[in-house]
Design a binder for this molecule. Structure first.
Ligand SMILES: C[S@@+](CC[C@H](N)C(=O)[O-])C[C@H]1O[C@@H](n2cnc3c(N)ncnc32)[C@H](O)[C@@H]1O
Length: 476
């Protein structure tokens, strides 16, 4: 059978989402419950800022949707939310009403319909028919007629045909990429800047943001083994020596995950934590700190390594509920506190290794949060960058001479990465910039393409990880 297409119309290949939404159905669950579920989640995301990755699993469980039905509901929800920049541009051409005059509910029905028509193997007549039924139930018969007219026009071209119209080759590059890959223009520009000399890869990067990431597990050292994860159905991962990939199935079905000895964690997130643990340091290596630890992915890995070495991790977060989550991720030897990293509760020069995984725009993890790209505007960057500077300055005070700080963001945006470092380090001659790519390679010898140093940048399209940035700094 032919593969599905992603919203860009590309054939799905290795590393992409190979599930086949819309293929022949094995179960007798009503299709409209699947679509209604996708619609309800898309609506809640738009209407009340819900998070799809939290709400969807609850809706699936409430409605007892499992297997292929759950996979289809997930694909329709995530695909619609990711693609809505592209779909809105197409719907605007197919509607005789301006989209801003279309009811919010009806607009979401149209987006869901456009996604099914343009990016799944669902036959167009079925996609239109079910969307019209949904329009009737949420907006009434008159609006159903309108939905029918609009979506029939959408069926007159495939996605590539529409892209030739909305994003023609002679349009400026940001507009073209923004519409072709459904990213706001400011994010396209920020990603292109971050790629720097590799800016020709921008299309691949944006396409990678639209592919569902593989589920990656971490075996926390000393607490679980990769062997144990392989026996539970996981497969070897690409880079991190602690990582395994779960090709299918629910991670919570694995005993080590249920018991907190293993967890779901992006491979890039594992790599930067492992790099901090491996960074060369002079003298004592007993006191580790994670300044912004919630919900505890990196702290879980760091605490396991610290314990094996006879060191101890203190994990802090500003938010009590995030700190509580960290408590579930770390081992019994670690400490967890609620603390503001800009006004620290610890003495200066108290720690040997410090992780500062700073609050950021999250532009490096767009694959995981389908709605995230539409939530923030460029206006959020300066505020976050100011917080990042304050946290980094405090982290450098908290590390002892000879100790190491890892400055990490899950964003490649230059204003959150290099510019923060340049500003904070400008008047300091007591901080050595370690060769972060070299330390990463010591952890994962096959890893290439993370930059020439001193900083390192991981990329979804190159490494299959979130776009994690890493700077390793040693106090003199
Ligand atoms: C990027 S997340 C950390 C992710 C975490 N390291 C992990 O791997 O799971 C940033 C965290 O910083 C916390 N945070 C924000 N401002 C803070 C502050 N002033 N002090 C300490 N933590 C803060 C947020 O609550 C959030 O949990």
């Amino acid at each position: 059978m032919p593969p599905t297409r992603n919203h860009r119309g590309d054939r799905r290949g290795k590393g992409g989402d190979n599930r086949r939404p819309g293929g022949p159905r094995r179960t007798g669950r009503p299709q409209d419950l699947v679509r209604r579920t996708a619609f309800d989640v898309v609506r809640a995301v738009q209407d009340r800022d819900a998070y799809a990755n939290l709400l969807l699993p609850r809706k699936l469980a409430d409605r007892e949707l499992t297997g292929r039905d759950a996979a289809l509901a997930t694909e329709l929800t995530y695909g619609t939310l990711r693609g809505l920049g592209t779909y809105d541009a197409i719907l605007a051409l197919c509607s005789d009403r301006e989209l801003r005059r279309v009811d919010d509910e009806l607009l979401d029905v149209l987006r869901l319909g456009a996604h099914q028509i343009l990016a799944t193997r669902i036959p167009p007549h079925a996609a239109v028919g079910t969307a019209v039924d949904l329009a009737r139930s949420v907006s009434g018969p008159g609006q159903a007629k309108f939905a029918n007219a609009v979506l029939r026009k959408v069926t007159t071209r495939d996605l590539d045909g529409w892209l030739e119209i909305i994003a023609p080759a002679d349009a400026d590059e940001t507009t073209r990429l923004s519409l072709a890959h459904s990213h706001p223009g400011w994010i396209v520009d920020a990603m292109r800047d971050a790629l720097g000399a590799d800016r020709a890869e921008i299309g691949d990067l944006l396409a990678a943001d639209n592919a569902r990431p593989r589920v990656t597990l971490v075996a926390r050292p000393g607490r679980a083994t990769l062997e144990e994860l392989y026996q539970a159905g996981a497969e070897p991962a690409s880079h991190a020596p602690t990582a395994a990939v779960l090709p299918e199935g629910d991670p919570s079905g694995i005993a080590a995950v249920r018991e907190g000895r293993a967890a779901v964690q992006d491979e890039g997130s594992q790599l930067v934590a492992l790099a901090l643990a491996e960074a060369p340091l002079e003298g004592r290596d007993e006191r580790w700190l994670d300044i912004a630890a919630g919900p505890g992915g990196k702290a879980g890995l760091l605490s396991a390594i610290a314990t094996r070495r006879g060191a101890r991790l203190l994990a802090a977060d500003l938010q009590p509920h995030r700190a509580a989550l960290v408590g579930h991720a770390v081992d019994a030897r670690a400490g967890v506190i609620v603390a503001d990293g800009t006004a620290p509760a610890w003495r200066p020069a108290a720690f040997d290794r410090i992780m500062l995984d700073a609050p950021c725009t999250g532009l490096g993890a767009l694959r995981r949060r389908p709605e995230a790209r539409w939530r923030r505007g460029p206006g959020s960057v300066p505020e976050l960058a100011a917080l990042q500077r304050r946290l980094l300055a405090r982290a450098l005070e908290a590390v002892r001479p000879g100790g190491v700080v890892a400055y990490v963001t899950c964003s490649p945006h230059l204003a959150e990465t290099r510019v923060v470092l340049d500003d904070v380090l400008a008047d300091r001659d007591d901080v050595e910039r370690l060769d972060s790519p070299a330390v990463l390679r010591a952890v994962a010898p096959e890893l290439t393409g993370v930059g020439d140093g001193p900083w390192a940048q991981l990329w979804p399209h190159r490494h299959g990880t979130d776009a994690m940035f890493l700077a390793l700094l040693r106090r003199r």
